[in-house]
Design a protein around this ligand. Structure first.
Ligand SMILES: Cc1ncc(C[n+]2csc(CCOP(=O)(O)OP(=O)(O)O)c2C)c(N)n1
Length: 671
């Protein structure tokens, strides 16, 4: 052991190590090696630096801590229990068991103090950058001279795997560009991953890479030596201009005589014999398991008093801020609780009926700018496509160094990290984040969308150019399976509005609701703005699907179901069918998820079970539509890749026309 250690420090560090060892051993699965190696740096960070209050895990100005290497979850669970969060030792003993608060990888839903769900490597890295951006934005927006009510660090422990994943490269590049000086990452440089040594596939100079990104990089040669770790974190705090990476040389499975420094310590229990040898080696009692020496607990639990004191101090500061800036303080409280100001949507326009119409991406841009003045913490941007996605907020500038309070973020051509950053921003709280790109590139950010849905985050995705309707750019850019693939993600609401007024309704819903992300699929091409005197009101969109047009009061003989730009095709087809004397209903199915959430009565009213003759039309794969059209229904879609041509030609060639739809519908009922 190096300097800066006393016996109590050592006892505390070994307590963390052995809780991880025992937890993994009892669960008979998990990753003991990472916590064993990273315990010293985690101990230093959590006992000497982290400003948090275990008794109030949601104190808004707490430091954020992300365990990006989520497979080392027992490290985080041990720290949470030891420092006094509401996570009992029983829960640690129930690691990885049904309904425990200690799932295999940390999940934001479960234990207090778990700031984000991690496990897919690299995600936590990007989340931390999002948290740091949110912090800078809120500080710039709310702080006033002498009143730093938003002022905290964001820390993470990141691993070899995190640094290998592309998302972290993107995030590091942007964090360096934005000079996020309050971002401090400890890199668990143990040089082992699953297949063995990192020499197999990961040999660049990581420190030099981060220095090139504009990070402040420090090296600690001995990850068991507390003093240099302490000094490095202190120096990182003092570095205000650049994010910090502290490369800490550690040893996976530290203390295990036969498994240390091998991949065998990575992803399986040490085994009972090796547990015994390890405990002997570290001078630790073999029994009882899950031992927490009293002195160690007392040391860790100091976090409770310190945290209470810090939060009280902050609250005192906040009260004086509130006296001087009552309106801002009100706004702050609303922002943090996610409450919307009254009348936030009052300037959303009603778009007049218009046969030529407008692209729904354009309508979306108009709506964003109608709500942004009333939602000062609505902040977002795009992955270098703002002119196309129409997501710029007018009247505010670019969020850049020294302009952190502006509301347009330029994520660069970095969709994956954009998704991870949006998640981090939403997790941080106080902001309403959105991000934009072409629907086709939702694939590039899918892992982050999935996690947003899993965490129930309020993030809005503006996915434009939503079909072959984008035309000449061709099959590489034309989404075909993306709608189906997004719909497959549980707890993600996908909305494909049929005109400008539905786009406004979709935004209203995205801003107004909590508990799931919302993806808007918007057209590049103009589509008619429907005449709502003739057709049902656009508010129907909030129920996912609604009857847009009906032939009369009776039961329709045939039902046409469409989404987005195909809705007007369906309306045209319905006219043709009616000419034939057949009663037809057009159902606008803008969102499967919202419709599925309605009661049976409503769903049966819109899609009466007696009417089996149903045809769906959507410019994408037909997969899934049979759940609404049934066995006897017909699905018109595109079950191949698109093509490069003017979009009107494509709609013709792929058979997405009113004539074909009408023909299919009539054929179904034998006419
Ligand atoms: C995106 C992603 N790909 C693969 C995995 C599976 N996986 C879990 S841990 C790991 C190796 C990580 O090595 P490292 O980050 O060095 O962790 P350590 O071995 O130090 O515990 C892999 C490939 C994952 N969790 N996430």
């Amino acid at each position: 052991m190096g300097d800066g250690h006393d016996a109590l420090d050592q006892l505390c560090i070994n307590t963390i190590r052995m809780l991880a060892v025992d937890g993994v051993q009892k669960a008979n699965s998990g990753h003991p090696g990472m916590p064993m190696g990273a315990a010293p740096m985690a101990y230093v960070l959590w006992t000497r630096f982290l400003r948090h209050n275990p008794a109030n895990s949601t104190w808004p100005n707490r430091d954020r801590f992300v365990l990006s290497a989520g497979h080392g979850s027992m490290l985080l669970y041990s720290l949470l229990h030891l420092t006094g969060y509401d996570l009992s030792l029983e829960e640690l003993k129930n690691f990885r068991q049904w309904e425990s608060k200690t799932p295999g990888h940390p999940e934001s839903c479960c234990a207090p103090g778990v700031e984000t769900t991690t496990g897919p490597l690299g995600q936590g890295f990007a989340n931390g950058v999002g948290m740091a951006i949110a912090e800078r934005f809120l500080a710039a927006h709310f702080n006033r001279p002498g009143h730093p009510i938003v002022d905290h660090h964001t820390y993470a422990i990141v691993s070899d795997g995190d640094l290998m994943e592309g998302i972290s490269h993107e995030a590091a590049s942007l964090a360096g560009h934005l000079r996020l000086g309050k971002l401090i990452y400890l890199y668990d440089d143990n040089r082992i991953s699953i297949e063995g040594s990192t020499d197999l596939a990961f040999t660049e100079d990581r420190g030099a890479r981060f220095a090139a990104y504009g990070w402040h990089v420090q090296h600690v040669d001995d990850g068991n030596d507390l003093e240099p770790i302490t000094q490095a974190i202190r120096a990182a705090q003092e570095e205000a201009e650049r994010p910090s990476l502290i490369v800490v040389r550690t040893h996976i499975g530290y203390g295990s005589p036969n498994k240390q420094d091998t991949a065998a310590a990575h992803g399986e229990p040490l085994g009972s014999d090796e547990v015994t040898l390890t405990k002997e080696n570290l001078d630790w009692p073999i029994d009882p398991t899950f031992l927490i020496p009293d002195e160690a607990l007392v040391r860790f639990r100091q976090a409770l008093q310190e945290g209470k004191k810090r939060e009280e101090e902050w609250y005192g500061q906040f009260q004086s801020y509130e006296r001087e800036y009552p309106q801002l303080a009100e706004e702050w409280k609303r922002a943090v609780t996610g409450e919307l100001p009254a009348g936030w949507d009052k300037d959303i326009p009603i778009f007049p009926a218009d046969e030529k119409g407008m692209a729904t991406r354009v309508a979306s841009g108009t709506v964003i700018n109608a709500i942004a003045p009333h939602l000062p913490t609505l902040v977002g941007g795009s992955a270098d496509l703002a002119p196309s996605t129409k997501t710029l907020i007018e009247g505010t500038g670019d969020l850049q160094v020294d302009h952190y309070g502006e509301r347009n973020i330029h994520f660069g051509v970095r969709e994956h990290t954009m998704g991870g950053i949006l998640n981090g921003m939403a997790l941080h709280g106080g902001v309403i984040p959105y991000g934009a790109t072409f629907l086709i590139f939702s694939d590039y950010m899918r892992p982050t969308t999935r996690l947003a849905a899993m965490m129930g985050l309020k993030v809005t995705y503006v996915f434009t150019h939503d079909s072959i309707g984008l035309g000449e750019d061709g099959p590489t850019h034309q989404p075909i399976e993306q709608l189906a693939s997004l719909r497959a993600i549980p707890n993600l609401i996908v909305i494909r509005p049929a005109d400008a007024n539905e786009t406004a309704e979709a935004w209203r819903l995205a801003i107004d609701h909590k508990g799931s992300p919302v993806a808007l699929a918007l057209t590049r091409q103009n589509i008619p703005t429907l005449d709502r005197n003739k057709y049902a009101a656009a508010q129907g969109l909030s129920r996912g699907a609604y009857i847009l047009s009906d032939s009369g009061d009776g039961r329709p003989e045939v039902i046409l179901i469409a989404s987005g730009s195909e809705v007007h095709v369906a309306l045209e087809a319905a006219e043709k069918i009616r000419e034939n004397g057949t009663s037809v209903r057009v159902v606008n199915m803008a969102s499967w998820e919202l419709f599925d959430g309605q009661g049976d009565d409503y769903r049966n009213e819109v899609l009466p079970p007696e009417t089996a003759a149903r045809v769906s039309i959507e410019a994408g794969v037909t997969q899934g539509w049979h759940r609404y059209i049934g066995d006897r229904g017909e699905a018109i879609g595109i079950d191949r890749f698109g093509a490069s041509a003017p979009y009107k030609v494509l709609f013709e060639k792929f058979g997405l026309t009113a004539d074909r739809l009408a023909e299919k519908a009539l054929k179904l009922i034998g006419r």
